[in-house]
Ligand binder design. Structure first.
Ligand SMILES: Cc1ncc(COP(=O)(O)O)c(C=O)c1O
Length: 417
């Protein structure tokens, strides 16, 4: 099988074929990808998230030291002495697991403390913590929409938001396009059910920021609620790193603020912050909360410490922003079109799936760990390399990536600005 003209889309399970046969065909596809050194997924790290990691090369089995540009650990809090120590203490005090789902015995005092801290951090009355960010979106959104609610989504929202809308017809508006949002809401004006406008604060594949101030104004004017996913904004934007509502001075005005604890917070888990009554409702109706064991004590304590570190050590965020400015200038000097990217995520649009895979292979061979983003994750014409930065990257790391990118952009004749 020649993988060059195929994509994951060609092996999607549409139910027409037996899954065993489909998996066989998919295996042939992956083998051809592997032979071309295009399987740059699930690479195995021996050291964990850090600006430089030791990684097993899947093609020869040897160890490589790679500069890591694929992490969401923006502030390197996965390895901060305070988050590690807090987690270690909780592990010793409470053991390895919470033992049960939150409603039926799994709630510890540190879960309650963390919920209160998250609520305060996000400027909301209350919050609840889930075992994963994906689960918090999927579970909370399904509960908020109920049977008749109408999901209204930016076209680029995260997959976990769309999973919360399964079984419903999603009304999409064009990405960050306020005219399109208003038109969508106008068409729904007569519907008196829950209308939930959902956006990411910072978009995970594009690095741009939602126009949350205008979104709130328009949505509220049409009687809709606003739901913002703060996965890539928490710890990164806003004067004190509190995310998109702080960036726009909208604290307390966004109806539902969701987020993950897995990115700048450096742990795992998700949260929803909102009014006391909405949160109380979700305790009983968000299925991924109600039917899933509460987050581990170690995770809870490390997340809680990470929130303190963000507020008490602003130099980490300042260093991240120094890196963002430096890398952005470097790419702009190479005439790379970064679209509206303005955070730690840098989409380098190549517009050709095969070129992206070949460039990614060469980056890998040069010890630059970066992710290819191809169809169907993005439309073919928007296939890209996605770099994300951490505060711990040093100038030499960024320079090395920029030098290789300069060479590759020429070699692969990527059209530039
Ligand atoms: C925008 C966005 N929301 C939600 C999630 C899910 O979060 P988690 O990985 O913590 O489950 C992600 C994760 O990749 C994300 O990028």
């Amino acid at each position: 099988m020649d993988s060059r003209h195929l994509s994951l889309m060609d092996f999607m399970n549409k139910g027409e074929q037996n899954i065993v046969d489909l998996a066989d065909r998919f295996n042939e596809f992956e083998q051809d990808m592997f032979a071309r050194r295009h399987v740059n997924y699930r690479r195995v790290s021996l050291t964990g998230s850090a600006p430089v990691m030791r990684v097993i090369d899947p093609y020869d089995g040897f160890e490589r030291e790679m500069i890591y540009f694929a992490s969401n650990d923006y502030l390197n809090l996965t390895r901060h002495p305070r988050t590690i120590e807090a987690g270690r203490k909780a592990l010793e005090k409470y053991g390895t697991g919470a033992g049960s789902v939150p409603l039926l015995g799994g709630t510890l005092d540190i879960h309650i403390e963390l919920e209160q801290k998250v609520a305060k951090f996000k400027g909301c009355e209350a919050a609840l913590i889930f075992s994963s960010g994906f689960g918090s979106n999927a579970g909370a959104i399904a509960a908020l929409l109920g049977e008749e609610g109408i999901p209204i989504c930016d076209t680029l929202v995260h997959a976990s938001i769309l999973d919360g809308c399964i079984g419903k017809t999603v009304k999409f508006f064009r990405h960050n396009d306020m005219e399109s949002l208003e038109k969508t809401l106008k068409r729904l004006e007569d519907r008196k059910v829950t209308k939930l406008v959902m956006v990411d604060g910072v978009y995970s594949m594009d690095g741009d920021i939602a126009k949350l101030d205008e979104i709130c104004e328009i949505a509220h004017r049409y009687g809709a609620l606003v739901y913002v996913d703060e996965a890539h904004s928490t710890g990164v934007i806003g004067d004190t790193g509190r995310g998109t509502p702080e960036y726009y001075h909208l604290e307390g005005k966004v109806d539902i603020v969701a987020g993950t604890c897995s990115k700048a917070l450096g742990v795992v888990g998700g949260f929803i912050a909102s009014s006391q009554k909405i949160i109380q409702y979700l305790y009983y109706y968000a299925r991924s909360y109600m039917f899933s064991t509460a987050p581990t004590p170690q995770a809870v304590a490390s997340i809680s410490e990470a929130l303190d570190v963000i507020l008490e050590e602003p130099q980490l965020r300042e260093k991240l922003w120094q890196n963002i400015r430096y890398f952005k200038k470097g790419l702009e000097d190479l005439h790379v079109d970064l679209g509206d990217a303005e955070t730690a995520i840098f989409p380098i649009i190549i517009s050709d799936d095969y070129k992206v895979k070949e460039m990614c292979r060469e980056l890998h061979e040069n010890n630059i760990y970066v992710n290819p983003v191809v169809y169907p994750a993005v439309p073919k014409r928007l296939a890209r390399l996605r770099f994300s930065l951490m505060q711990g990257h040093e100038k030499e790391h960024l320079d090395k990536a920029l030098n290789i990118m300069e060479y590759l952009l020429k070699k692969y004749e990527v059209k530039q600005k």
